[in-house]
Design a protein around this ligand. Structure first.
Ligand code: 4FM
Length: 240
């Protein structure tokens, strides 16, 4: 999987992508990521990439030419037309289901807008899909692109540890997570639930599953409805 980010702020993206789990995955060749500076592709003699909107109103609009030439560069270099996603609040809201589907593709380009918008004509010409990370407005598409890149990267083979993969594939998936605890056993008068210290793995599993259900029921009843449509694993009743 190769993810290319088209942005006016490539250093911001590189910095984030070189850290932590994704940074390690890149270094180990588990995912390929690159950040392209849209400004490098402008043909404007003053290196401009944006102008005032036709029809007036405030702000600046990103021009077609540098964005189109940047995408064309990727296409010609790689000899294919990778799936291009434009990050914007007008897009379909991202779900883990869509992340899993996108994670199967072999190359993706993420286009980050900035300022007041992007000229609609280049969007019509090159965008395959428009995705939003949620119903709020940011100053640009970089943070959303990094969110999507992170979500896709962690689905690739070898990025998560065996333990982390197990958690993801476990029967709790589709529910919120159970609470987690680590040392010490008592902190500021708060004790770790004793079952977790019992060493009884069947009981621990039962407790965690019950916690996942009650949290989901309480905090995200909408998720519970969807989950009920899938595989239901109710906490086992105790045998008499
Ligand atoms: C996007 C600003 C394009 C300017 C943005 C342009 C967003 C979101 C978002 C801000 N993107 N999910 N929410 N983008 O707020 O994806 Cl030109």
């Amino acid at each position: 999987m190769k993810i290319s980010i088209m942005t006016l702020f490539p250093e911001m993206c590189e910095t984030v992508l070189n850290e932590s789990v994704i940074g390690r995955a890149r270094a180990n060749g588990k995912v390929e990521m690159e950040c392209l500076n849209i400004r490098d592709f402008t043909t404007d003699k003053h290196n401009r990439v944006d102008f005032a909107p036709y029809g007036g109103g405030g702000g600046m609009i990103m021009q077609c030419q540098p964005i189109y030439d940047c995408y064309k560069h990727i296409c010609e270099r790689d000899g294919k037309k990778p799936h291009l996603i434009f990050m914007s609040p007008q897009g379909a809201v991202l779900t883990q289901q869509r992340v899993k589907e996108l994670a199967q593709l072999d190359s993706i380009v993420l286009l980050c807008g900035h300022y007041e918008g992007v000229d609609e004509r280049v969007l019509e010409e090159i965008v395959d899909e428009e995705i939003s990370i949620g119903d709020y407005v940011l100053t640009g598409g970089e943070l959303p692109a990094l969110v999507l890149a992170d979500a896709i990267a962690r689905m690739q083979d070898g990025v998560l540890s065996a333990q982390e993969n197990f958690m993801q594939e476990s029967h709790y998936s589709g529910l919120l997570e159970h609470p987690h605890y680590t040392r010490p056993p008592e902190w500021m008068g708060r004790e770790v639930p004793p079952v977790l210290l019992s060493g009884n793995h069947a009981e621990i599993d039962k407790w965690r599953r019950a916690q996942a259900y009650s949290r989901t029921m309480e905090r995200r009843p909408d998720m519970m409805e969807k989950y009920s449509g899938g595989e239901i694993v109710l906490p086992r009743k105790k045998k008499d």
